[in-house]
Design a protein around this ligand. Structure first.
Ligand code: NAD
Length: 469
C-alpha cells in the first residue's frame, strides 16, 4: 500500500535515537519509533503553552469545526491507520478490532465536537445571579496503554482540545507508532504545537505527571501506575482522570437463555482478544444452567478464527507483548494445576511464531483462584458456578476494582435490580463493554475516578468557574 508506506515514512525519525517495533503476530519489524527524552517533553510542553491561548480564544464553535475536520482526516486515512494498528498492536483488521478502532476515533471526535456545553445558571432569584462556566485548563497530559492505543488517545485528547486545551501525549512504549500516526493525521487540521506526541518511556511519563506547566493528566493504564501518578502529581495539585484496571464480573441469572446470550458473552470477554479494560473477566453462572452456558459458549468460541491480523478471515489476534502472554499462560496453568476443568484452549503451540495464546475457557474453578481474582487481560475466561444470586453478587463485589459488570437475564426488571447491587462504574444488561460516546464512563473503587464521554467528559477537561454577580 503506497499510502501506508507514506504514512509510516512520515513518522519515521530521520535523526536521534530510535528503536524497532515488532509485529506481535509474526515477530517481524513494523517500523522505527523515536526514543524521546525528558528534554523532548520540555520542548513539547513549551510549544503547547505557546499554542494554547490562541486555540482557547477561538471559542467552542471554531474548535468543534476543527475537530470535525480532524475526524474527516482520520476517515480519509482510515485504511492506512488500521493497517499500522494491526501490525503494531496485533489486532485483526476485521471484527471489532483495527478498523473498528479507527472508526471509533472518528466517532468520538465528532461526539466531542457536537456535544453542547452551555453555562449553567445556578441561582437567579432577583438578588443573586450565579453562573457556572468551564474554562480551559491550559496544557493537558495524556498517558495511555497499549491495548486500544488510538481510541483511548482520542478519548483523552478530543474533549481536551474541544475545551480549549493543548495536549502532550505519552503513548505506551509498546504501541508508539499507532499514536504517532494518529497524531500526524490529526495535525493536518490543528495548529502547530497544540498536539504533540512524546514517544518516551516511563521516565517521560513520570516527568509529565509532575510537570508544573501541566494542569491535568488523563491517564488510562494499570492501577499500580495510576497510584504512582497520584503521588507524582500531588505537589502541583494536578487534576486527574484515572481509568485503571478492572476485573469485570458477569452474572448469568437462572432464567437466561444460554443459546441466546452465548455470542454476547463471547465478545464481552474476548473483544480485542481479552485485552480490554472493561471486558468480562470472570463469569458467574447459576448452577441450573451452568453446563448449558458452558457448552453454548464453547461452541461460539471454538468457531472464532485467531491468527495474523492482516488476514481478513481472523477476528482474534495475538497478545500484544510477551509479558502479557506470560501472565495469561501462568494463570491458566495454575488454574489447571488446582483442578479446574479446561473446556477449550489452554494449549498454546510452542512452535507457532508470535504471541498467540488460544481462546481458553476454564470451568469448575473456585472464586479465590488467581485466574478469577487477578486481571488476566487476555483470552482466558474463568466460569464460576453459583447457587444463589446473593452469593454471586457478593463474589462480584469482593474485589477492590469495579470498572464494569454485567447481568444476563430474560427478565429486564430482575436484571436491573441485581445491577443496582453491583459495585461498578457501569453495569450492562445482556451485553458487556458497550461503550458509547454519549454515555459517561468511569470506574468505581480502585478502577479509578473521573468520568469520560458525554457532557460530563467535557466538564472534566475544564476548570469550573462561578461568575457571581
Ligand atoms: P501501564 O500502567 O503499564 O502503562 C500505561 C502508561 O503509563 C504507559 O504509557 C507507561 O509508559 C506509563 N507509565 C508507566 N509508569 C509510569 C509512571 N510512573 N508515571 C507516569 N506514567 C507511567 O498499563 P498498560 O499495561 O499499558 O495497560 C494495561 C492496563 O490498563 C490494564 O490494567 C487495563 O485494565 C488498564 N486499562 C484501563 C482502561 C480504562 O478505561 N479503565 C482502558 C485500557 C486499559
Amino acid at each position: 500500500m503506497e499510502t501506508y508506506d507514506a504514512l509510516l515514512a512520515s513518522i519515521t525519525p530521520s535523526s536521534g535515537e530510535s528503536r524497532t517495533i515488532f509485529n506481535p503476530a509474526t515477530g517481524t519489524a513494523v517500523g522505527q519509533a523515536p526514543v524521546h527524552t525528558v528534554e523532548d517533553l520540555e520542548r513539547a510542553v513549551a510549544a503547547a503553552q505557546a499554542a494554547q491561548p490562541a486555540w482557547a480564544a477561538l471559542g467552542h464553535d471554531a474548535r468543534s469545526a476543527a475537530l470535525l475536520k480532524a475526524a474527516d482526516a482520520v476517515e480519509r486515512s482510515a485504511e492506512e491507520l488500521a493497517h499500522l494498528l494491526s501490525r503494531e498492536q496485533g489486532k485483526p483488521l476485521n471484527g471489532p478490532n483495527a478498523r473498528f478502532e479507527v472508526g471509533a476515533c472518528a466517532a468520538w471526535l465528532r461526539a466531542a465536537a457536537g456535544t453542547p456545553l452551555e453555562p449553567e445558571t445556578v441561582v437567579d432569584d432577583g438578588e443573586t445571579r450565579a453562573e457556572l462556566h468551564y474554562r480551559p485548563i491550559g496544557v493537558v497530559g495524556a498517558i495511555g496503554p497499549w491495548n486500544w492505543p488510538m481510541m483511548i488517545t482520542i478519548w483523552q485528547i478530543a474533549p481536551a482540545l474541544r475545551m480549549g486545551n493543548a495536549v502532550v501525549v505519552k503513548p505506551s512504549e509498546y504501541t508508539p507508532l499507532s499514536v504517532l500516526a494518529l497524531a500526524k493525521v490529526l495535525n493536518e487540521e490543528l495548529p502547530d504545537g497544540l498536539l504533540t506526541v512524546v514517544s518516551g518511556g516511563r521516565d517521560v511519563g513520570a516527568r509529565l505527571a509532575e510537570h508544573p506547566a501541566i494542569g491535568k493528566v488523563m491517564f488510562t493504564g494499570s492501577t499500580a501506575t495510576g497510584k504512582a501518578i497520584i503521588k507524582s502529581s500531588a505537589d502541583t495539585v494536578k487534576r486527574l482522570t484515572l481509568e485503571l484496571g478492572g476485573n469485570d464480573a458477569g452474572i448469568v441469572l437462572p432464567d437466561a437463555d444460554p443459546a441466546a446470550i452465548a455470542e454476547g458473552l463471547f465478545w464481552g470477554a474476548f473483544i480485542n482478544t481479552g485485552q480490554t479494560c472493561a471486558a468480562l473477566k470472570r463469569l458467574y453462572v447459576h448452577e441450573d444452567i451452568y453446563e448449558a452456558v458452558c457448552s453454548e459458549l464453547a461452541a461460539v468460541a471454538a468457531a472464532m478464527p485467531m491468527g495474523n491480523g492482516l488476514d481478513e478471515n481472523n477476528v482474534l489476534g495475538p497478545l500484544q507483548n510477551r509479558a502479557q502472554y506470560d501472565i495469561v499462560a501462568e494463570l491458566v496453568d495454575a488454574a489447571r494445576d488446582s483442578g479446574a476443568r479446561i473446556l477449550l484452549g489452554g494449549n498454546p503451540n510452542p512452535e507457532q511464531p508470535g504471541n498467540f495464546y488460544p481462546t481458553t475457557l476454564v470451568a469448575d474453578i473456585d472464586n479465590g483462584n488467581p485466574l478469577v481474582a487477578e486481571e488476566q487481560f487476555g483470552p482466558a475466561l474463568p466460569i464460576i458456578r453459583y447457587s444463589t444470586v446473593d452469593e454471586a453478587v457478593a463474589q462480584a463485589n469482593a474485589l477492590d476494582v469495579g470498572l464494569g459488570a454485567s447481568v444476563w437475564s430474560s427478565n429486564l426488571d430482575e436484571a436491573r435490580k441485581v445491577a443496582a447491587r453491583i459495585q461498578a462504574g457501569t453495569v450492562w444488561i445482556n451485553k458487556h463493554g458497550a461503550v458509547d460516546p454519549r454515555i459517561p464512563f468511569g470506574g468505581a473503587k480502585q478502577s479509578g475516578y473521573g468520568l469520560e464521554f458525554g457532557v460530563e467528559g467535557l466538564k472534566a477537561l475544564g476548570v469550573p468557574q462561578i461568575i457571581n454577580g
